[in-house]
Design a protein around this ligand. Structure first.
Ligand code: CP
Ligand code: NVA
Length: 322
């Protein structure tokens, strides 16, 4: 094998990053956000570069924030809708990856099977970013951690209590939170725990950083939490289970009673879209602790840091965006 060939970095999972890289991305994201709010001017960190965005599921935030992130970095994004490509049906995932890698400098993919992200990464020859798979939503967690960092200060030692399904969003929070030295508790109904493999990886990160992770069915684990987080009870692809899940998950609703158990100035987060009246009440979502729209905005800035780094526009060690 030619040792001069550089293997591209990917973000299929937050476990692909070291704790230092995750924290470095958050710092760069803060700098890029600050720069954008002061100057409202596109940078040229990725000028001439393009991002192919492949969607097999719907999206508002991921599509818009990635597209505008590329624009603000001086590059270009191309949207491929769920109806267009027929990933793995019209054409194999590997061949789609080989073709897109010839056109685009970066690929972002939103898929059902996590194996499709891995197959794209194996064959594209360019960096591949997981824009949500059934297993993980790493870009979401980067934005979430950025929001906590901005609003509450340094992450190490903060307690984030996620209440609901042990799903893709919960998995990313476990990994990212542990990488940043946080305590992450996943409070779930019986039978909806996060994957044991993700708990194991998160535990290994926590051992490096002084963080801690827990999966429990007990709401008391939210007592005194600095951050309360929830997500939909039925994820994309689980629509047929929605009615059955509603009864099981209702005791785990993020409502005022739960906010009252957390720290007085706790942050309330939700990745959105929200099903108001199900996993979160209007009172809490629109209440004084809610940061959900700042969190949605932060997808843009966190992803600019990620794209600039994976696209070769900057390095994280002593990163400068100026
Ligand atoms: N949070 C999130 O990923 O939103 P979209 O599904 O709208 O992209
Ligand atoms: N868990 C949700 C997240 C949506 C952003 C889903 O996968 O549908």
């Amino acid at each position: 094998m030619d040792s001069s060939i550089t293997v591209p970095r990917h973000l299929a999972s937050l476990a692909d990053l070291s704790p230092q890289e995750t924290m470095g991305l958050l710092e760069v994201a803060r700098e890029l956000k600050d720069r954008w709010s002061r100057e409202r001017r596109n940078l040229d960190l990725l000028s001439g570069r393009s991002l192919a965005m492949l969607f097999t599921k719907p999206s508002l935030r991921t599509r818009v924030s990635f597209e505008l992130a590329m624009q603000q970095l001086g590059g270009h994004a191309l949207y491929l809708s769920p109806a267009e490509v027929g990933l793995g049906q019209r054409e194999s995932v590997a061949d789609v990856a080989r073709v897109l890698g010839r056109y685009a400098d970066l690929i972002m993919a939103r898929v059902y099977a996590h194996a499709d992200v891995l197959a794209l990464a194996a064959h594209a020859g360019v960096p591949v970013i997981n824009g949500l798979s059934d297993l993980e939503h790493p870009c979401q967690a980067l934005a979430d951690l950025l929001t906590v960092l901005e609003v509450a200060g340094p992450l190490a030692g903060r307690h984030l209590a996620y209440v609901g399904d042990g799903n893709n969003v919960a998995h990313a929070l476990l990994l990212g939170g542990a990488q940043c030295g946080m305590r992450v508790s996943i409070i779930h109904p019986p039978g909806y725990a996060p994957a044991a493999s993700v708990m194991q990886s998160a535990r290994a990160f926590a051992a490096q950083t002084g963080g801690a992770v827990l999966a429990t069915t007990e709401l008391a684990a939210a007592d005194g939490a600095h951050v309360l987080y929830t997500d939909v009870w039925a994820s994309m692809g689980q629509e047929a289970e929605a009615a059955g899940r509603r009864a099981v998950f209702m005791p785990y609703q993020l409502n005022q009673a739960l906010v009252d158990r957390a720290a007085p100035d706790c942050l309330v987060l939700h990745c959105l879209p929200a099903h108001r009246g199900e996993e979160i009440t209007d009172q809490v979502m629109d209440g004084p602790n809610s940061q959900v729209f700042a969190q949605a905005e932060n997808r843009l800035h966190a992803q600019k840091a990620l794209l600039a780094w994976l696209g070769g526009g900057l390095s994280l060690a002593g990163a400068r965006v100026g």
